[in-house]
Design a protein around this ligand. Structure first.
Ligand code: 3HC
Length: 294
């Protein structure tokens, strides 16, 4: 029988972390939501309340259910609040040194039987696991943006992850209403490995002035049957995140030229054009979610 996780911690309340907190709380699971500082914690709290308030406004969530959902989330500054959870999901920025330090710290703080999971999208789960004294209990749990909506979770097992830990996390995915796919520890796993080469090529087309951004997006949305075109999707993912993912896959995955980040992507990140979250990327956003062409 799969072990049922009853109390979960999420570390890092950016776009992905806050979305993951919502996924757990929506499914009746208590969550300790952790950040390193008050202002970051407040941002995470605002993301969660904004998302659940929108669901109420659209008639998708009753106000009482929203209140119950928020009541399951215990916000805290500092990792000490995670001392009694049985699963931690880390969603801090994609830097190996940062994640390794964090996992070493979690290993000291969390109960010995707790499972430590990373939401990394392109770093090596094995590299993160060996920073702990319990690598058999470290696993990748990769959600997709927006986490409350996207059905897929990639469960990443390393060569040392215990099979029962993988099975417990697979069962958890079902409980969360997600579909889990289980894979080995390879840069980009399945979805990002395939998706980001395509996104990168779309940036290359803009860079070469081969077609307009609107036409590139229209081609893939209307001709490819996708919910959004590649440039709109990059704005949703965040250009900084996309750059990091491509760069890591390029370096870890044998320098496959499809993953060599397009120079324009780097220039846009340097200029602070990060997509929806900064108000401007390939499109300009008056308010989150509405593309306004300039
Ligand atoms: N949080 C919670 N719910 C959200 C949401 C969010 N951030 N964004 C949208 N939703 C909900 C809406 O409330 C709505 O719910 P309802 O159907 O119950 O009313 C539903 O999602 C659909 O939203 P909209 O009607 O506003 O808009 P769309 O129909 O255009 O859907 C979308 C929006 C779900 C984002 C859709 O366009 C889509 O699927 N886009 C592709 C997203 C994608 O490919 N993500 C993967 C990115 S790669 C990744 O994440 C990997 C990582 O490593 C970077």
């Amino acid at each position: 029988m799969a072990r049922e996780f009853t109390s979960v911690g999420v570390v890092g309340l950016g776009t992905m972390g806050a979305g993951i907190v919502e996924v757990f709380a929506r499914n009746g699971i208590d969550v300790v939501a952790v950040e390193i500082a008050e202002d970051a914690l407040e941002r995470g709290r605002r993301t969660l309340t904004g998302s659940t308030d929108r669901a109420v406004a659209r008639g998708k969530l009753a106000p009482a259910d929203r209140d119950a959902l928020l009541g399951r989330v215990n916000f805290a500054v500092g990792l000490a609040a995670l001392d009694s959870v049985d699963l931690v999901i880390e969603a801090v920025p994609e830097r190996l040194d940062l994640k390794q330090r964090l996992f070493a710290e979690l290993d000291r703080i969390c109960r010995p039987e707790a499972v430590l999971a990373t939401n990394t999208s392109s770093l090596s789960v094995t590299d993160i696991a060996v920073a702990t004294g319990r690598p058999q209990q470290v696993v990748g749990v990769h959600f997709f943006n927006p986490a409350p909506v996207m059905k897929l979770v990639e469960v990443v097992r390393t060569v040392v992850t215990a099979p029962e830990v993988v099975a417990d996390v697979e069962a958890l995915c079902v409980r969360l209403g997600k579909v889990g796919v289980t894979i080995g520890d390879r840069a980009g796993f399945i979805a990002n490995h395939l998706l980001f080469g395509y996104l990168n090529q779309a940036v290359g087309m803009v860079e070469a002035r081969y077609a307009t951004r609107e036409d590139i997006d229209a081609a893939m949305k209307l001709g490819g049957g996708l919910p959004m075109g590649p440039l709109t999707l990059l704005d949703l993912i965040g250009l900084d995140t996309a750059y990091e993912i491509l760069d890591t896959m390029y370096r870890r995955g044998g320098r496959d030229r499809r993953h060599a980040p397009a120079p324009l992507l780097r220039q846009m990140v340097t200029a602070g054009l990060l997509g929806r979250k900064s108000g401007r990327g390939f499109y300009t956003y008056e308010r989150p979610g509405s593309p306004v062409v300039v």
